[in-house]
Design a protein around this ligand. Structure first.
Ligand code: DAH
Length: 360
């Protein structure tokens, strides 16, 4: 047969063919290895033996490498080395992910207690307000509310503050509009008026709420604070009823041994008017720097509802009498918890608020 490649082309063809076979094999193997999956140690070891052991497929290819013509050795050798490296990497990564999975399972200790969830607590002012409400609802008082933005009538005029009367200056008012005056209520006594507008006696109600005064903020005063107003109107309500109700309140709030005293005072809406002190709950009445060594602490204003107020609100002042009182929630909370700066209640510092958790 005539040699169709008289100048040695057969040799060239052979060389290319061998090279191509090797390259195909390498490519096939590398695709196969890339797609390997194993989940147990045994499976991984089997794969290692299949590809990387002395008799493994890659070693066999290295054996065949001897037959690769010299001029191709460089290229094929490089591919073979890459194949070996990527197979080693693959086996290692299979081992790694299996170990990671196994150890993540082992780390889980189901008997460990859960990390604590930080619970919030009621604000001390809410605690005290709720306690005041509890005490008076036990005595049959209902709860009534009114708006914070009020008119002159409900805050002043209906409560017997004559126009231009200096008593209006007792409370520095935030006005929103003038003529007619719209303002932020300076006391919750305004809710008394709203109740009387809508109900006839017997009335027995308390009105907790926020009030506003144009005052400089200090340890003892704030421009926003809270009050609870009380109102009791019926036939034959007397000052003795007022006194006994307030004594009950003081002893429930500050302890059974607490005593009260009433000092004459002035409010336009009550006649007679008084301010009430309780025995200092810190020193038990002996005298300390909180009670300024008097043994007494002032906690509220009160009195018999002025007949003018009843008349302004269409309640028969010949038939009915009543008493009223008003107290500051911050003041009571300060005394009850021994807090010496009112501003702390408004800063919402968790370190402060947390301290009221244990007790309530
Ligand atoms: N409204 C008064 C104030 O804010 C407190 C007060 C005093 C209310 C006497 C009353 C009362 O009902 O009878 O200073």
């Amino acid at each position: 047969m005539q040699d169709i490649f008289p100048h040695g082309e057969t040799q060239v063809l052979n060389t290319d063919y061998k090279k191509l076979r090797m390259i195909d094999k390498i490519k096939n193997l590398s695709g196969e290895i890339e797609a390997l999956k194993a989940t147990t140690e045994k499976e991984i070891e089997e794969l290692r033996i299949k590809y990387l052991s002395k008799k493994g497929e890659i070693s066999q290819l290295f054996g065949e490498f001897r037959n690769v013509p010299n001029e191709m050795k460089r290229e094929v050798g490089q591919l073979l080395n890459e194949l070996k490296n990527s197979a080693t990497d693959k086996i290692n990564s299979l081992k790694g992910s299996m170990q990671a999975e196994a150890s993540s399972g082992n780390d889980m200790d189901l008997t460990l207690p859960a990390s604590p969830i930080k619970l919030g607590s009621r604000h001390p002012l809410s605690v005290v307000k709720n306690e005041i409400i509890d005490i008076f609802t036990r005595l049959g008082f209902t709860i009534s509310e009114g708006p914070e933005v009020e008119d002159d009538w409900h805050v002043f005029s209906a409560l017997n503050f004559p126009e231009e009367h200096p008593a209006r200056d007792m409370q520095d008012t935030f006005f929103i509009e003038k003529n007619p005056d719209i303002l932020l209520r300076t006391h919750t006594s305004s809710v008394q008026v709203r109740v009387m507008e809508n109900e006839q006696p017997p009335i027995r109600t308390i009105s907790p709420g926020r009030v506003f005064r144009n005052e400089a903020i200090s340890a003892r005063a704030h421009c926003i604070f809270h009050q609870v107003e009380g109102l009791y109107i019926d036939e034959n309500v007397s000052f003795a009823d007022l006194k006994q109700t307030l004594l009950y309140f003081a002893q429930e709030m500050f302890g059974k041994e607490t005593q009260i005293r009433l000092r004459p005072s002035f409010f336009p809406f009550t006649e007679p008017s008084a301010e009430m002190d309780v025995t200092c709950n810190l020193c038990g009445g002996k005298g300390c720097n909180v009670c300024k060594y008097t043994g007494w602490l002032e906690i509220l204003g009160c009195g018999m509802v002025d007949p003018n107020v009843l008349k302004s609100n269409n309640i028969d002042s010949e038939k009915y009498t009543g008493f009223a009182f008003g107290m500051g929630v911050e003041r009571i909370a300060m005394l009850k918890f021994g807090v010496n700066d009112l501003r702390l209640f408004f800063e919402n510092d968790v370190r402060f608020l947390d301290q009221f958790k244990a007790a309530y």
